[in-house]
Write a protein that binds this ligand. Structure first.
Ligand code: ZN
Length: 239
């Protein structure tokens, strides 16, 4: 692990402990329902967690062609609506990435369908380095780390890079989403994925444009099959 990565990992853990500590000192309200929570809890109340973890995952086991690129299976923990949508927003824009671990680890029982995917390694969809610097962390990498821990699957955190800055997808109209991310990913030199099954990890699956373009770069580096994992998925079947 490079020094920069070690530092960012230390920062991440320190951040999580600070959030936990703040929760011990200051009683607050649930960020999802505004109900009061006890000082021992942080950010989200037990009944909201119960509701979130009770969501039925959205699983596609069949090979589908997404924007011209084969995806051999996809899995999302919840539909991108209501509390799940709000939780992703908190993770992405409010620095509450401590919630990722609680979500992924809490949902471990729902991850069984992932065993049907013949994935060998986990690769996160990366942010562009300028965005990562602004935000201070990369949410897909944090999700990927927790997933790697609970599945015991190898993580290749730096396999992919974003070769150019792209506009946030929430600001982009549906028909422009593919062109926004087209050709925006590449595998780093020396990445060997020969024949590997790759579980590509991102926060939200919306149009499939980002997943397809990241997968395309993985296939160029020799990946045999690409699957996707996201926290939430928008729409029923949007591709
Ligand atoms: Zn709540």
């Amino acid at each position: 692990m490079k020094i920069k990565e070690k530092l960012s990992s230390a920062k991440r853990w320190l951040g999580e402990y600070l959030y936990a500590l703040t929760g011990l000192i200051y009683p607050s309200n649930c960020r999802l329902c505004d109900g009061e929570i006890s000082p021992q809890m942080t950010l989200v109340c037990p009944s909201c967690w119960e509701e979130l973890l009770g969501c039925r995952p959205i699983v596609r086991r069949k090979n589908s062609i997404v924007k011209g690129v084969p995806i051999y299976g996809s899995f999302s923990l919840a539909p991108h609506q209501e509390k799940a949508q709000e939780l992703v927003h908190l993770i992405k824009y409010k620095d509450f990435f401590v919630l990722v671990g609680r979500w992924v680890e809490g949902a471990v029982g729902s991850l069984t369908p992932l065993k049907d995917f013949s994935a060998d390694v986990i690769v996160p969809v990366p942010l562009h380095h300028t965005r990562r610097r602004e935000r201070g962390y990369d949410q897909a990498l944090i999700i990927a780390r927790h997933l790697s821990d609970v599945l015991g699957m190898e993580l290749k955190p730096r396999a992919l890079k974003r070769t150019r800055a792209t506009r946030p997808m929430v600001e982009v109209a549906g028909h422009e989403r593919l062109s926004n991310v087209e050709g925006a990913f590449a595998c780093r030199k020396g990445t060997d994925l020969a024949g590997a099954g790759v579980l590509l990890v991102d926060d939200v699956y919306t149009s499939g444009a980002t997943i397809s373009q990241a997968a395309k770069a993985l296939y160029s580096a020799g990946a045999g099959r690409v699957f996707s994992f996201t926290l939430t998925r928008a729409g029923e079947q949007v591709d």
